[in-house]
Design a protein around this ligand. Structure first.
Ligand SMILES: Cc1cc2nc3c(=O)[nH]c(=O)nc-3n(C[C@H](O)[C@H](O)[C@H](O)COP(=O)(O)OP(=O)(O)OC[C@H]3O[C@@H](n4cnc5c(N)ncnc54)[C@H](O)[C@@H]3O)c2cc1C
Length: 292
């Protein structure tokens, strides 16, 4: 199938892109095109104008500044995959990226495109939630910042206005020795997750959990932080038994059905993915009861 007719724009600066988006009726932004192009070809979206962000060099960068890693919205998923800074500071991003599509899709696909497309199973959204990422969005009135937890308003609906562009994502750096884990069940490697889980654990010198973050992906209509489980883990010594018991709460999430998988099946799988992600995180954090 071919996309519907549209006018194409190729701005070289963010100001130009914001100006176009603020004045054109029924415009759409193009990032890596890995989700948008299929949707255009299938005519699920019918824009009159397409504004290509690929010529805006300032939107593509990975840097470290004052306790956070700053990533431009147009940074390719493949560049994140091989960034030594990401490996050193927020390796959970790379653990999630191992499950995102294929080398070819990651070569073009961007972090900003994945967050704004907001598929409930998108690994980068699940990871960004777990890392308490902060987003910077720019519109005609200037810039605003919002926490990733405020970003999903509902199924594939980000909290971004029609005249706004996601500019960048900030990830708080993780302390040395922290643990991270990502577990996923998909029909084939590279497919969207039936259920996934991302976890971060910080331990004190005595091996007790001081910080826990756990997010389920692909289970509900948006990735879901499991704050009750997180709170229940703080102060505990990590063990498989503890995680198995606490992760039972994952079965209480309001799951979604789709053409291939029932919500009931997702309720069975979610606790297993959560336990596996936490086990990986505990092993990486050096928990005594869990072998790395
Ligand atoms: C075969 C295949 C397998 C895939 N498997 C997976 C998978 O397993 N997991 C997964 O998460 N994804 C998967 N994807 C999707 C892929 O990760 C896409 O890269 C991602 O969903 C969208 O990123 P993009 O840069 O291509 O954005 P685009 O497709 O260009 O845009 C997506 C949407 O976001 C909007 N947008 C883009 N950038 C911005 C911005 N800066 N500000 C505001 N709005 C913006 C666009 O207007 C559009 O609505 C797969 C894709 C393919 C083709």
């Amino acid at each position: 199938m071919k996309p519907p007719p549209f006018r194409y724009y190729d701005p070289a600066t963010l100001d130009e892109a914001v100006g176009l988006l603020g004045t054109l009726e029924n415009a759409k932004l193009l990032a890596g095109g890995q989700s948008l192009m299929p949707m255009l070809n299938m005519r699920f979206v019918l824009p009159d104008h397409l504004i290509d962000l690929n010529g805006i060099a300032a939107l593509s960068h990975i840097s470290k500044e004052a306790g956070r890693v700053r990533v431009g919205a147009m940074t390719r998923q493949r560049d994140l995959e091989f960034s030594p800074l990401i490996t050193a500071e927020v390796p959970l991003i790379q653990a999630g990226l191992e499950h995102v599509g294929h080398r070819q899709t990651r070569n073009r696909g961007t972090i900003g495109g994945s967050l704004c497309h907001l598929d409930p199973a998108a690994e980068l959204v699940t990871v960004a939630m777990t890392l308490d990422a902060e987003l910077t969005v720019r519109g005609p009135q200037g810039e605003r910042r919002l926490a990733i937890t405020e970003f999903p308003l509902g199924f594939m609906t980000p909290a971004i206005e029609l005249d706004e562009i996601l500019v960048g994502i900030d990830f708080p750096t993780q302390p040395a020795g922290h643990g991270y884990g990502f577990a996923e069940l998909a029909r084939r490697h590279g497919d969207f997750a039936i259920a996934s889980a991302a976890a971060i654990l910080h331990l004190d010198a005595g091996g007790r959990i001081t910080h826990a973050a756990l997010t389920l992906g692909g289970v509900a209509t948006t990735p879901t932080r499991m704050s009750d489980i997180e709170q229940g883990l703080v102060g505990e010594i990590p063990s498989e038994r503890l995680f198995t018991e606490r992760c039972r709460l994952c079965a209480e999430v309001e799951t979604m059905d789709d053409a291939l998988v029932t919500g009931a099946y997702r309720r069975r799988v979610a606790p297993v993915m959560a336990r596996r992600a936490l086990m990986q995180a505990a092993a990486r954090a050096g928990a005594a009861a869990i072998a790395a």
